[in-house]
Design a protein around this ligand. Sequence first.
Ligand SMILES: Nc1ncnc2c1ncn2[C@@H]1O[C@H](COP(=O)(O)OP(=O)(O)OP(=O)(O)O)[C@@H](O)[C@H]1O
Ligand SMILES: [Mg+2]
Length: 113
Amino acid sequence: MANVTIDKARKAYGPVEVLHGVSVDIRDGEFVVLVGPSGCGRSTLLRMIAGLENITRRKIGIGGRVVNDLPPKQRDISMVFQNYALYPHMTVAENMAFSLTLAGAPKAGCGRR
Ligand SMILES: Nc1ncnc2c1ncn2[C@@H]1O[C@H](COP(=O)(O)OP(=O)(O)OP(=O)(O)O)[C@@H](O)[C@H]1O
Ligand SMILES: [Mg+2]
Protein backbone atom coordinates (compact mmCIF):
# COMPACT_ATOMS: atom_id res chain seq x y z
CA MET A 1 0.00 0.00 0.00
CA ALA A 2 0.97 3.67 -0.07
CA ASN A 3 -0.08 7.02 1.34
CA VAL A 4 -2.71 8.83 -0.75
CA THR A 5 -2.82 12.61 -0.51
CA ILE A 6 -5.71 14.54 -2.01
CA ASP A 7 -4.94 18.23 -1.88
CA LYS A 8 -7.90 20.58 -2.43
CA ALA A 9 -8.82 18.58 -5.55
CA ARG A 10 -11.38 20.20 -7.82
CA LYS A 11 -13.39 18.69 -10.64
CA ALA A 12 -15.58 20.46 -13.14
CA TYR A 13 -17.49 19.16 -16.13
CA GLY A 14 -17.54 22.26 -18.29
CA PRO A 15 -19.09 25.04 -16.24
CA VAL A 16 -20.47 22.61 -13.61
CA GLU A 17 -18.18 22.18 -10.63
CA VAL A 18 -18.84 18.88 -8.84
CA LEU A 19 -15.87 18.72 -6.44
CA HIS A 20 -15.12 22.00 -4.72
CA GLY A 21 -11.72 21.34 -3.18
CA VAL A 22 -11.52 17.97 -1.44
CA SER A 23 -8.59 17.34 0.92
CA VAL A 24 -8.01 13.88 2.41
CA ASP A 25 -4.84 12.25 3.73
CA ILE A 26 -5.02 8.47 3.70
CA ARG A 27 -2.15 6.74 5.43
CA ASP A 28 -0.54 3.48 4.34
CA GLY A 29 -2.82 0.59 5.34
CA GLU A 30 -5.70 2.81 6.46
CA PHE A 31 -9.27 1.75 5.61
CA VAL A 32 -11.39 4.64 4.33
CA VAL A 33 -15.08 4.84 3.41
CA LEU A 34 -16.54 7.74 1.41
CA VAL A 35 -20.07 8.51 2.56
CA GLY A 36 -22.50 11.03 1.12
CA PRO A 37 -25.76 11.50 -0.74
CA SER A 38 -26.18 10.33 -4.32
CA GLY A 39 -24.41 12.67 -6.74
CA CYS A 40 -22.05 14.20 -4.16
CA GLY A 41 -18.99 13.10 -6.13
CA ARG A 42 -17.73 9.86 -4.54
CA SER A 43 -17.31 7.99 -7.84
CA THR A 44 -15.76 11.06 -9.45
CA LEU A 45 -13.15 11.25 -6.68
CA LEU A 46 -12.36 7.53 -6.96
CA ARG A 47 -12.04 7.85 -10.73
CA MET A 48 -9.67 10.80 -10.27
CA ILE A 49 -7.50 8.73 -7.90
CA ALA A 50 -7.47 5.85 -10.40
CA GLY A 51 -6.68 8.20 -13.29
CA LEU A 52 -9.94 7.61 -15.18
CA GLU A 53 -10.87 11.30 -14.84
CA ASN A 54 -8.48 14.22 -15.03
CA ILE A 55 -8.11 16.59 -12.11
CA THR A 56 -9.34 20.07 -12.94
CA ARG A 57 -7.27 21.78 -10.24
CA ARG A 58 -4.74 21.08 -7.47
CA LYS A 59 -3.29 17.62 -6.99
CA ILE A 60 -3.49 13.97 -5.97
CA GLY A 61 -0.43 12.13 -4.70
CA ILE A 62 0.18 8.40 -4.28
CA GLY A 63 3.24 7.20 -2.40
CA GLY A 64 4.73 10.69 -2.31
CA ARG A 65 4.46 11.19 -6.07
CA VAL A 66 2.03 13.62 -7.73
CA VAL A 67 -0.01 11.49 -10.15
CA ASN A 68 -2.10 14.20 -11.86
CA ASP A 69 -0.54 13.48 -15.24
CA LEU A 70 0.15 9.78 -14.77
CA PRO A 71 -2.00 7.37 -16.84
CA PRO A 72 -4.01 4.76 -14.85
CA LYS A 73 -1.68 1.92 -15.78
CA GLN A 74 1.33 3.65 -14.22
CA ARG A 75 -0.37 4.42 -10.88
CA ASP A 76 -0.01 0.83 -9.65
CA ILE A 77 -3.46 0.76 -8.07
CA SER A 78 -6.66 -1.09 -8.88
CA MET A 79 -10.36 -0.73 -8.32
CA VAL A 80 -13.22 -3.20 -8.10
CA PHE A 81 -16.61 -2.02 -9.31
CA GLN A 82 -19.62 -2.56 -7.14
CA ASN A 83 -21.90 -4.39 -9.56
CA TYR A 84 -20.15 -5.10 -12.82
CA ALA A 85 -16.82 -6.29 -14.15
CA LEU A 86 -16.76 -8.84 -11.34
CA TYR A 87 -16.57 -12.61 -11.77
CA PRO A 88 -19.61 -13.78 -9.77
CA HIS A 89 -18.24 -17.26 -9.14
CA MET A 90 -15.18 -15.80 -7.38
CA THR A 91 -14.87 -14.28 -3.93
CA VAL A 92 -13.83 -10.61 -3.54
CA ALA A 93 -10.27 -11.73 -2.74
CA GLU A 94 -10.19 -13.99 -5.82
CA ASN A 95 -11.50 -11.17 -8.03
CA MET A 96 -8.72 -8.87 -6.80
CA ALA A 97 -6.03 -11.56 -6.99
CA PHE A 98 -7.03 -12.40 -10.56
CA SER A 99 -6.08 -9.00 -11.96
CA LEU A 100 -2.88 -8.96 -9.91
CA THR A 101 -1.97 -12.32 -11.45
CA LEU A 102 -2.67 -10.96 -14.94
CA ALA A 103 -0.40 -8.01 -14.10
CA GLY A 104 2.40 -10.47 -13.40
CA ALA A 105 2.38 -10.50 -9.60
CA PRO A 106 3.51 -13.84 -8.13
CA LYS A 107 0.49 -16.04 -7.35
CA ALA A 108 1.60 -16.71 -3.77
CA GLY A 109 1.66 -12.99 -2.89
CA CYS A 110 -1.70 -12.12 -4.47
CA GLY A 111 -3.78 -13.67 -1.70
CA ARG A 112 -1.96 -11.72 0.99
CA ARG A 113 -2.00 -8.39 -0.85
N1 LIG B 1 -19.19 12.72 -17.22
C1 LIG B 1 -19.93 13.61 -16.54
N2 LIG B 1 -20.37 14.74 -17.13
C2 LIG B 1 -21.10 15.66 -16.45
N3 LIG B 1 -21.46 15.52 -15.16
C3 LIG B 1 -21.06 14.40 -14.52
C4 LIG B 1 -20.28 13.39 -15.17
N4 LIG B 1 -20.02 12.40 -14.28
C5 LIG B 1 -20.62 12.78 -13.14
N5 LIG B 1 -21.26 13.96 -13.28
C6 LIG B 1 -21.98 14.71 -12.23
O1 LIG B 1 -21.09 14.88 -11.14
C7 LIG B 1 -21.79 14.73 -9.91
C8 LIG B 1 -21.11 13.67 -9.07
O2 LIG B 1 -21.33 12.41 -9.68
P1 LIG B 1 -20.77 11.06 -9.04
O3 LIG B 1 -21.07 9.98 -10.00
O4 LIG B 1 -19.35 11.25 -8.65
O5 LIG B 1 -21.67 10.94 -7.73
P2 LIG B 1 -21.71 9.78 -6.62
O6 LIG B 1 -21.42 10.43 -5.31
O7 LIG B 1 -20.81 8.66 -7.01
O8 LIG B 1 -23.24 9.35 -6.64
P3 LIG B 1 -24.00 8.00 -7.08
O9 LIG B 1 -23.00 6.88 -7.12
O10 LIG B 1 -25.05 7.81 -6.05
O11 LIG B 1 -24.58 8.31 -8.41
C9 LIG B 1 -23.24 14.42 -10.26
O12 LIG B 1 -23.97 15.62 -10.19
C10 LIG B 1 -23.15 13.90 -11.67
O13 LIG B 1 -24.33 14.18 -12.38
MG1 LIG C 1 -21.10 6.63 -7.45
